[in-house]
Design a protein around this ligand. Structure first.
Ligand code: SF4
Length: 75
C-alpha cells in the first residue's frame, strides 16, 4: 500500500482471509457507487494519513449532538 501524504509504502501480506475480506469490501464499495450513497467521514486518527483529507474535510462534517449544543447554550 502507498500512503500519499507520508509518501511511504507498507507491505501487506495478502492471506486468504484478507483476500476474502478485500473482495467483500470491494463489492460493498461497488454497491455504494451504484446506489450513489457514501458513508459519512470517520474523523479519527485514520484521517491524519489519508490522501483524501483535503476533499473529505472530516472535521467540517463531524456530527455534533444537538442536545449538547443546546445544553451548552443554555448554561
Ligand atoms: S479523510 Fe475522509 S476518507 Fe480519509 S479516513 Fe478520514 S473520513 Fe475517511
Amino acid at each position: 500500500m502507498f500512503y500519499g501524504t507520508t509518501r511511504r509504502r507498507q507491505v501487506v501480506c495478502l492471506s486468504p482471509e484478507l483476500r476474502k475480506e478485500t473482495a467483500e469490501t470491494a463489492l460493498q464499495i461497488h454497491a455504494m457507487i451504484r446506489d450513489r450513497v457514501t458513508p459519512g467521514p470517520v474523523s479519527d486518527a485514520r484521517c491524519e494519513n489519508c490522501s483524501f483529507v483535503d476533499f473529505c474535510m472530516p472535521k467540517m462534517c463531524r456530527r455534533k449532538s444537538i442536545r449538547n449544543y443546546l445544553k451548552k447554550m443554555m448554561n
